[in-house]
Design a protein around this ligand. Structure first.
Ligand SMILES: [Cu+2]
Length: 152
């Protein structure tokens, strides 16, 4: 093998390694798009279900310091939100459901529906199939403790 062909071989190998590296980076980036939620702190299971922790203060919902956060969830995902009342007042969480109206049959309400100071609760529901913006609130402080769930 002469000098030139050795150099060519080395160059080809470098190109191949570079291409492989780019492919791996490309795959890693693409995987994130399949997540069921882009909400910070939310975890998405393999089956598409979403779980996250939300605090309740006086009077606001709190996601890692963000008050009344907009939660982004995939259409049809199974959602479980663990609620912790870190305020002094009683709170809860109600999700308006598919019709985006409160106080009817398709609402989801935390269990228990009245959460005393220092206590925890869980709200479970299936995200609507139709993409859009849906409301959630605390029934005790509906003008202050409220937010939206963006279904995509
Ligand atoms: Cu409240």
């Amino acid at each position: 093998m002469n000098r030139w062909s050795h150099k060519t071989l080395k160059f080809t190998f470098t190109l191949a390694a570079l291409a492989l590296g780019l492919t791996v980076v490309g795959l890693a980036c693409g995987g994130g798009d399949e997540s069921g939620s882009k909400t910070p702190g939310a975890s998405t299971e393999a089956d598409g279900s979403v779980s996250l922790d939300l605090s309740m203060g006086d009077n606001f919902f709190d996601l890692n310091g963000e008050h009344n956060p907009t939660l982004e969830i995939a259409a049809g995902a199974t959602v479980e939100i663990k609620l912790a009342n870190e305020g002094a007042a009683i709170h809860n969480m109600r999700f308006a459901g598919e019709d985006n109206q409160y106080n009817n049959g398709d609402d989801a309400v935390s269990d228990p529906d009245q959460v005393p100071a220092g206590q925890t609760a869980v709200i479970k529901f299936t995200a609507p199939e139709k993409p859009g913006t849906y409301k959630y609130q605390c029934d005790f402080h509906p003008t202050d403790s409220k937010g939206e769930i963006t279904v995509k």
